[in-house]
Design a binder for this molecule. Sequence first.
Ligand SMILES: Nc1nc2c(ncn2[C@@H]2O[C@H](COP(=O)(O)OP(=O)(O)O)[C@@H](O)[C@H]2O)c(=O)[nH]1
Ligand SMILES: [Mg+2]
Length: 199
Amino acid sequence: MASEYLITLADPGQIPTLLKRGFLNGRSEPRIAFVGRSNVGKSSLINSLLEQKIARVSSMPGKTKSIHFFLWQDQRKIVADLPGYGFAKVAQSEKNAWVRLLDSYFSADKALECVLLLFDSRHGPTDQDLEALEFFAKKGIPIQIVLTKIDQLKTQSERAKRKREILEVLSAFGVDDSDLAWVSVKDKKSIAMLRERLK
Ligand SMILES: Nc1nc2c(ncn2[C@@H]2O[C@H](COP(=O)(O)OP(=O)(O)O)[C@@H](O)[C@H]2O)c(=O)[nH]1
Ligand SMILES: [Mg+2]
């Protein structure tokens, strides 16, 4: 069945009309939010999971400044494609707008099921990634960590090495192996496994 674009949240001022009693613009499907730095692969992963080219994939980091909501028809959920963080060239005033929008959204949405926190498997979590992890942990929001672009790790030994390094960093946050999903949009099996996890 077809998924569809629902609505865009561009300003905290829209929240009182958009989010009411757990409903998003009149819809009750639980939300999953895709969070991570610009270019980590949020929109690509949404398109792969929903099997539809629905979220805009950009080669220009830092372009999306709003939260775009999509209906994931098969799983009866609403997917939120969030603006990415960690783009150095964005002006401070814009960063503050980003923080305000996200903070208001995460405080207001009473039907948020989980946050998918995307980290680039090539680099492992950055300081900002870890800040995001702490932000959601403190709010008591369930987190699913996703390591993206694993096709870029070319050899078995490179993958094993990265995995060790990433787990070492994340173990300090109480995260272990079973909490991680490793994906590539070029590997259909990895996408199918994540889809199962999210059911
Ligand atoms: N090699 C590879 N490239 C990817 C993968 N996922 C996304 N990309 C590329 O990474 C860039 C940023 O992707 P996008 O989904 O727009 O990231 P977003 O800014 O987090 O939404 C695009 O050029 C994508 O084609 C992946 O699994 N493997
Ligand atoms: Mg995007």
